[in-house]
Design a protein around this ligand. Structure first.
Ligand code: ADP
Length: 218
């Protein structure tokens, strides 16, 4: 993977998770926070960390913020600082600004000041938990649109040792198997003769309702 430069502003729980993961994946990460203690802690898990109030333009200019591929604004409860920071970043010409919103109104303002991607961690996590409760066999999903998802589903045991052709999944359940995850390996575009094993995960694409029916098979 090409090495890219990221800046994470606000080293609270959310910002720390983003920064750590990017750093673990070999990316270059600058952490920024007004709180000196948080910056001191960050030295152990990011490439560089600086104390800065990012609502001040000169603080952003002095770290050369324009040169970063992506800036993540993870300022938590201080809505005013989050909005002003995003505004300055866009004015300074940062190409990709990702910002965390506390709620709908905050998100709308972040959109108006130019945030390229707005994240609602609590709303999204709440939805994920509910979806998981509704479909216990579903481990993970990607929302492709309002109607279509890709989901990772644990196969019910009665499917074991049958082939995709025998199970006739597409015709019977109106979803398509695009991959099988077996013992940590992935079989992409499995052939119809591929047998399913106990413990396999199926990666399936389809309409959300059809997927819900499929993932609730006992
Ligand atoms: P979380 O809910 O993710 O834990 P927090 O509200 O605890 O979020 O963390 C947000 C972080 O953003 C804090 O460490 C805070 O010091 C930092 N922060 C707030 N305002 C600014 C600012 N103007 N410039 C830089 N960092 C800021």
């Amino acid at each position: 993977m090409a090495k890219r430069q990221y800046a994470v502003i606000g080293l609270g729980r959310f910002g720390v998770s983003v920064a750590r993961r990017l750093q673990e994946a070999g990316q270059e990460v600058l952490g920024m926070d007004v709180n000196e203690e948080r910056v001191d802690e960050a030295v152990s898990y990011v490439t560089h960390a600086v104390v800065a109030d990012t609502t001040e333009e000169k603080a952003l200019i002095s770290v050369g913020i324009r040169n970063f591929d992506c800036v993540i604004v993870a300022i938590g409860n201080d809505m005013q600082s989050s909005i002003l920071t995003v505004l300055l970043l866009k004015e300074l010409g940062v190409k990709k600004v990702i910002a965390k919103a506390l709620g709908k109104n905050h998100g709308q303002v972040l959109d108006k000041v130019g945030a390229d991607w707005i994240i609602y961690p609590e709303r999204d996590m709440g939805e994920r938990v509910a979806n998981q409760l509704l479909s216990p066999n579903m481990l993970n999903y990607i929302e492709l649109s309002k109607e279509y998802n890709i989901e990772e589903i644990i196969v019910p045991s009665w499917m074991a040792e049958k082939s995709l052709r025998d199970l006739d999944i597409r015709a019977k359940y109106n979803v398509s198997v695009i991959a099988i995850v077996r013992d940590g390996n992935i079989i992409i575009s499995p052939s119809p003769d591929q047998n399913i094993h106990n413990g396999d995960l199926l990666v399936v694409i389809g309409n959300r309702e059809d997927l819900a029916d499929f993932s609730n098979l006992e």
